[in-house]
Design a protein around this ligand. Structure first.
Ligand SMILES: Nc1ncnc2c1ncn2[C@@H]1O[C@H](COP(=O)(O)OP(=O)(O)OP(=O)(O)O)[C@@H](O)[C@H]1O
Length: 536
């Protein structure tokens, strides 16, 4: 263990005289052993960004290197868990120490007392290679495959009940295998085979599934100004998306808002299974009053957990609310290190960090099957200005943009997704999928729906000058049908029965509106009065 002293202090940035440290190594500083991370190495000293409140820390107090970067502990028991950005288990801490996390607390994130059931797939004498699955553990509705961290020839293999602190197998060469493993959070998995994205991730939001679909393994962002419904949309997707596991990152949200979200999550039932939603959800929270370094780390802690389950063959959705707060944390750290600022004070590496993060999404091969990690991140641009650096940097990497419009939110059109300015790069591929799986009408109806909305936008400009009555009957009919598309199809009240729509229901709803339009147009052309037609 490398030991040294604190030689400089400036807020959460601490200099230590510890030789031999590595960049991003985890370091403990002060008598309280506050955790931090090496963010810069200089001749004779290392600069450490401390994850916790540094008030009371003094020069000369001890510092200690751990020899390891920031890691997550992965294994049975993560599901249903709530953690902070450093993977400290919030429910357990609350039981033991109350609602505030004491500085220097570093408990094991998984429950070591809980008993699990192990079914081995291997026997003594079998040889195992690193990464090979050697048994399974039942984790709620899931079968949790356990991979060997290192290879060797098995000497003993456990069967039945166990706790996480006892080994499941031992090797003849020496060494033990546990049900949990440790992974550095900032390092993406490299030993994976990537596959193209092919299947849709059904969100239950008509506007998204029909107009701007997302692939399993795809990435999307939704930027929106204050009160445009980011949190509600994110929660609706968390509740209804057809994935195996949801990982929700509350990054820098207000504490009371986050508490409400957590309380609500705990009461929700899973629309796809007959169990509480929380059983297949992991929550990572770092509210705005928690130190910035932990907030910056929180999205990495979450994605490392997501990759773990993805590589076990599950479909994972990672939701982060909001990535702007993460970028602000990065900016704060960068400015405390006196780095050269880029646009609006964000570090010049903001774009590359974000694209490296998005890169961690995707579909991978897992034995016979596949696993996927999809990402939906909300962005809160100050003043609703979408030209700001975080939105722009996200746009360069994300596969879909769901732009939340303030004017729509003011008119209480929710979800306030702007149909004219949003897009999805997965639309064509997924259109083919929906055409073969749901109905061949999917693509043609989508074109008709878009056409009505575009015509309405053009006609609205004319109507502003000549008035609605000044429009021709055919145009008035278009306006009427487009309004129905907006009100009855695109709007979806998150607090009603209509909060979720299956692709079949989505198709039926839009085809009813388009069929009404076609029939009305035919009657109009036969000479019937528009008012009569609309009355019927
Ligand atoms: N799908 C929806 N159905 C009904 N109401 C909605 C919907 N989406 C948003 N709202 C309304 O809009 C309000 C604001 O939503 P929300 O809190 O999600 O916005 P936000 O963009 O996260 O806000 P902030 O910028 O403060 O974080 C909600 O309280 C709710 O009344």
């Amino acid at each position: 263990m490398k030991k040294g002293r604190i030689i400089g202090l400036s807020g959460p940035t601490v200099s230590v005289d510890l030789p031999g440290l590595q960049l991003y190594e985890r370091v403990y500083v002060g008598h309280q052993r506050l955790a931090g991370e090496v963010v810069r190495l200089e001749q004779g000293k290392a600069v450490v960004q401390v994850y916790e409140e540094t008030r009371g820390l003094a020069l000369g107090e001890p510092a200690e290197g751990s020899g390891r970067p920031l890691t997550v502990r992965l294994g049975p028991g993560l599901l249903g868990g709530m953690f902070d950005g450093l993977q400290r288990p919030l429910q357990a801490l609350r039981r033991e120490t109350g609602p505030f996390i004491r500085s220097g607390t570093d408990p094991f994130p998984l429950d070591l007392e809980r008993s699990w059931n192990f079914s081995p797939l291997k026997s003594p004498g079998d040889s195992l290679s690193a990464g090979e699955i050697f048994g399974t553990v039942e984790e709620g509705a899931f079968l949790h495959p356990i991979r060997a961290a290192v290879g060797g020839t098995l000497a003993t293999v456990h069967r039945g009940a166990f706790t996480l602190d006892s080994p499941l197998a031992t090797y003849k060469e020496g060494g033990e295998l546990f049900a949990w493993q440790e992974r550095p959070v900032r390092e993406p998995r490299r030993d994976i085979t990537r596959l193209p994205t092919a299947d849709p991730l059904v969100t239950g939001q008509r506007c998204l599934d029909f107009l701007f679909p997302l692939s399993k393994g795809g990435t999307a962002i939704f930027p929106g100004g204050f009160g445009t419904g980011k949190t509600i949309l994110e929660q609706s997707i968390a509740k209804f998306a057809d994935v195996d596991i949801v990982i929700y990152v509350g990054c820098g949200e207000r504490g009371n808002e986050m508490a409400e979200i957590l309380e609500e999550f705990a009461t929700l039932s899973d629309p796809w299974r007959d169990t509480p939603l929380m059983e297949r959800t992991i929550v990572v929270v770092n509210t705005s009053n928690m130190p910035v370094a932990a907030r910056e780390a929180s999205i990495y802690t979450a994605v490392a957990m997501a990759e773990y389950y993805r590589d076990l063959g599950y479909d994972i959705l990672l939701l982060a609310d909001s990535i702007s707060r993460w970028a602000e944390a990065l900016r704060e750290i960068s400015s405390s290190l006196e780095e050269m600022p880029g646009e609006e004070g964000y570090p010049t590496y903001l774009g590359s960090r974000l694209s490296a993060y998005f890169e961690r999404a995707g579909v991978v091969a897992c034995g016979e099957g596949t696993g996927s990690l999809s990402m939906i991140l909300s962005v809160s641009p100050p003043g609703g200005d979408f030209t700001e650096p975080v939105t722009q940097a996200c746009l360069r990497s994300a596969g879909a943009l769901y732009l939340l419009d303030t004017a729509l939110a003011h008119r209480r059109h929710f979800p306030a997704i702007h149909w004219g300015q949003s897009y999805s790069l997965y639309e064509q591929d997924l259109g083919r999928h929906f055409c073969s799986e749901v109905s061949g009408d999917w693509d043609p109806l989508r074109s008709r729906c878009r056409e009505l909305l575009q015509q309405e936008t053009a006609l609205a400009e004319v109507a502003e000058i000549v008035g609605l009555e000044g429009l021709q009957d055919r145009d008035r009919l278009v306006m009427h049908a487009a309004e129905r598309v907006r009100r009855e199809f695109l709007c979806q009240n998150a607090y009603s029965e209509d909060a979720f729509s299956t692709p079949q229901q989505t198709l039926e709803r839009i085809s009813t509106i388009v069929a009404f339009f076609d029939e009305a147009l035919a009657r109009l052309e036969e000479g019937e009065a528009l008012d009569e037609i609309l009355k019927g």
